[in-house]
Structure formats: C-alpha cells, structure tokens
Design a protein around this ligand. Structure first.
Ligand code: PDD
Length: 284
C-alpha cells in the first residue's frame, strides 16, 4: 500500500497531495502545527498537544477549522492507513488560501494537513545509548515562540549549524546570555542533585514532554527547579538533556565540544527517561 496523507478532508497519495500556490502557510508561514509521537500505534500525550494546538490557533486568530474529535479521527486513520507502529504524526493548520496580502480576510477555509512517519523504535534507543552533542548559537527567533507557528527559519538555520558542527541540536542563547531552549526541543541540566529547565514564558515553547516529565519528577521526589541557566551553569552540570515529542528524554554528552560530566550518558538520564515513559504509558 502506498503512503497516504490527509489534506483538506481527503486522503491522498503522498506524491499527489498538493497545496495551492497562494496558501498563506506557503507565503507567510501563517499557520501552526503539532508533532505527536506514536507508540504501539497510539498517540502519546494527545490531550496536551491538542490543548496547545487550540492555544496556538487562538493566539493567531484562526478558528478551529473542524472539531477536535474529527482531527483525532483523521490522525488515527493516518496511523492505520500507513501501518504506523512507532513514529510520529505531523498536523499542520494554515489560515488558508487567499490573494497575497499581509492582512488577512476573515473566515478563510483553513488548510489542514496530516502526515504520518514510521520510525523504528530502536532508532531512538541507538541515539540514547551514545547521547547527543549540542552547540550553542544566538536565539534569532521572533518574540512569540510560545506559539507553535510555522515560522521556523531561525530554528532551521540553527539546526543546520548544529549539523555542520557535528552536533544533533543547537541550544539558543538570548540577549542576556541565557539558554532559552533547543531549536526543536526544551533544554535541561543537572547540577548537584537538582534538575533545571527554563521557566515557561513567551521565550520558549511550553513543551508537552517537558510538562509530563516535570509531573513525573515531582511524583518520584526529584529536586527540580524552573530557572534560567547560562554557559557557566552548563560547565558545572553533571548531566544535561533535551526533551521533545520525538526525542522523549535524550541525554546531552557534549556542549560546544566540551564534555558534560564524564562525557557519557549518565545514570539520571536513564532514570528520567523511564520516568517519562512510565508517565505517558499511564495516559496512552
Ligand atoms: N518540536 N521547543 C521547541 C522550539 C520545539 O520545536 C519543540 C518540539 C519543543 C518540545 O515540545 P514537545 O515536548 O511538546 O514536543 C520545545 C517538535 C518535535 C518539532 O518541531 O518537530
């Protein structure tokens, strides 16, 4: 069976699913998206992602184009039709098609796209075993990155820089020298026995994985603080991590080519990954 995607109410062959040239997503990045992890054919942390999608749509004045139950129905169909066991679902909603004009007409019909990807589960395990390298770079994004918008040029360039620097993620640095987050993940460090991540504000995306991990850390009695950190703090850290829907909890073993701790995946990385997996399994 060939790969199937959902586009504007229809299931289409991947190679023939085409969008209009004047879609505002295409011209202005005028839209929002979500990435859901799929495990054993099930959507992980579904409610958190859907709530954030509603918020993102609301913040940029796009009305929910179809009801939430229909979105869930179509996402599950994409999982089924593409025989996805482990992988991800990409859901994108743009403001729709209109003659190019910065200001937008009200009540456009949004363009809804759902794409599913199969990712073998051992791919994550292989990366986890080694951990990842991170490089830091300036945070050049707009000031509302709490909205999961399609406006991703700055993260694209940051990730490319990481890739060219033999790293898998870029940590972004604000004008005061603090890490905001990764180009597509939240950033964490462990100093002593305390885990730190930046507090939620318009300077970071309020990660669903982040939220679930925090609940798990609290439940299991680990010291946790929402506090900004900088390069000096990273130098003091014993372990570091990123979190995202696709990376779960992923250990960081080097930042700017300098080892974190002994440069190996630490014991807490394994514990926190288990805590996260336990938390989502309860919900899925
Ligand atoms: N990225 N911060 C940024 C800037 C992100 O793009 C993401 C997710 C996260 C983590 O959020 P969550 O835990 O809800 O996935 C944090 C997705 C995976 C992406 O763009 O592919």
């Amino acid at each position: 069976m060939s790969r199937v995607v959902f586009l504007n109410g229809e299931y289409k062959d991947y190679n023939n699913a085409l969008t209009h040239v004047e879609d505002r997503g295409y011209q202005f990045a005028d839209g929002v998206y979500e990435v859901f992890s799929v495990k054993n054919g099930k959507l992980i942390d579904y409610t958190g992602h859907i709530n954030r999608l509603s918020r993102s749509l609301n913040e940029i004045s796009i009305k929910y184009p179809i009801n939430i139950r229909s979105i869930l129905f179509h996402m599950r169909n994409i999982i089924r039709k593409n025989l996805i066991v482990d992988g991800l679902i990409y859901l994108q909603i743009t403001r729709g098609v209109a003659k190019r004009d910065f200001k937008f007409p009200k009540n456009l019909d949004s363009t809804i796209t759902i794409i599913g990807n199969n990712i073998p589960s051992d791919e994550y395990d292989k990366v986890f075993e080694k951990g990842i390298n991170v490089v830091t770079t300036r945070d050049l994004r707009w000031k509302r990155v709490d909205i999961k918008s399609l406006n991703l040029l700055a993260p694209v360039l940051a990730k490319q820089y990481a890739n060219e620097s033999n790293a898998q993620e870029a940590w972004l640095i604000d004008d005061d020298g603090f890490i905001t987050e990764g180009s597509s993940s939240n950033a964490w460090i462990l100093i002593g026995k305390t885990v730190y991540t930046r507090p939620v504000s318009s300077s970071i995306l309020n990660g669903i994985t982040r939220k679930t991990l925090i609940k798990g850390l609290n439940k299991h009695g680990y010291n946790f603080k929402e506090k900004k950190f900088n390069i000096n703090d990273i130098k003091k850290s014993k372990e570091a991590y990123i979190t995202s829907a696709t990376q779960y909890v992923m250990p960081v073993v080097k930042v700017n080519n300098k080892k974190i701790g002994d440069g190996k995946v630490g014991k807490f990385a394994k514990i926190f990954k288990e805590i996260y997996l336990e938390s989502v399994q309860l919900k899925s």
